[in-house]
Design a protein around this ligand. Sequence first.
Ligand SMILES: [Zn+2]
Length: 119
Amino acid sequence: MEHLCCLRCNRELKAGQKSVAVYLFAQTVGIRPRQKSAAQRICFCPQCSVCLAMGLAPDGALNVAAWKMIRDLVGSDPALNTAAWETLRGTVGMLPSGEAGAGSAARPGNEAAESSAVH
Ligand SMILES: [Zn+2]
């Protein structure tokens, strides 16, 4: 059983979970005998895929090649965006209550501070 993690955020990706898989293998050309490496499978969770695609081009030719492929996926259909959004909502819902343990998050003063910060 494969144990896969998102390459970027290390989030565990269970079998069949929404993600982007990048397959990589190398093969010799014009050399006999022809050699072929084992294939590597690199996975990205939907959030990291969208984040990468929206971000600036990375360094390195191989990274740019992968970035272009992910951009192609994210840009051609909103399904991956939707998956990222669903994951985000799920994560927000599961945030430990200790995060807002002080109860300061609901203070009405925050609203005023936020709206004034917009200007
Ligand atoms: Zn990730």
